[in-house]
Design a protein around this ligand. Sequence first.
Ligand SMILES: [Zn+2]
Length: 389
Amino acid sequence: MLLDVREPREWDAGRIPGAVHVPLGSLPTRAHDAIPDPAVPVLVYCAHGIRSLQAARYLQALGCDDVRSIAGGTEAWRASGLAWEAPAGSRLTAEQSRRYSRHLLMPEVGPEGQARLLDARVLLVGAGGLGSPAALYLAAAGVGTLGIVDFDVVDVSNLQRQVLHTTDRVGLPKVESARATIGALNPEVRVIAHDEMLGPGNVAALIADYDVVIDGTDSFETRYIVNDAAVRLGIPVVHASVYRFEGQLTVFDAADGPCYRCLYPSPPPPELAPPCSVAGVLGVVPGIMGLLQANETLKLLLGIGQPLVGRLLLFDALETTFEELMLRRDPACPACGDVARSLATPESAPATAAPTTAPATAAPTTAPTAAPATAGTFDLPWPAGPDRR
Ligand SMILES: [Zn+2]
């Protein structure tokens, strides 16, 4: 076994992989627990080989047969280019430690969680009413890479709720406006601007490199396209939609949760789901739902809490109520159902397993008007488009 006898702060700064840590001063009380079998060969190290030599002599006196000290300690070890493990927290710079100090104070995030966020890649589909607050807070939280798909330009009517954008940027591409805002908030966030329309032909390439996709689109067709590709690629989707004073939120976990097609096997008739440009929306509603999307995304990235998988959260802004419905995976779902799963692997045959357009043909085994796979007989309101326009 490898035994590190340095002080805790030296250990925290980095170590030889697989080592057990017992500071030299603690050896008399902890040696027996650390080395229960004196016949096991022990390799002791410290920074320069002096403390480890003392430790080796002490262990020999205790009856350990095969104890050696690494001459030159960790300095010589690292100078030789041998394996070294830098703990995640030590990767944070002093500036990062200040910026994210409120995260670092919480054990659920801490230096390792923050490092995970800095390494994370999140794709926002839409830089509108939902994508704006989500992007702002994810950037503030230190999510290292934010991809943004949006082919639109900033319109003055967007500014009532799309807080990524500003009056002086009317007419500019939304992805460029988003990049400017995010850069001003947190310059170390890498923004990847996808100034293009997401469609069946480019969706896999667009989403494949991301850990989580935030669906903030206002188009049913786009939602199905994102859903089907995410199921195939095994990428979780944090979905929200808004309609006037109402919002919906859920997380589609590609591994075993239901997907968007389980919830809505086919799109509603247009008259039942008018976009925000027709129906209107209270500006704060996408703000609230977009922040809830950011919250679910951070939980997924950090592996904490209970993600909103298999649960649909309904928000009513006029009553200020949240309701929750249970969602179940539909075994007959053309995207994530049993047949689709048996036919498709993440790399193969998307077109046959999960058609990406025309839900009428995509769901041969599901009646287009079938009730969503909820726990009860609750009538779900159709989600209208969030409001990119
Ligand atoms: Zn499904």
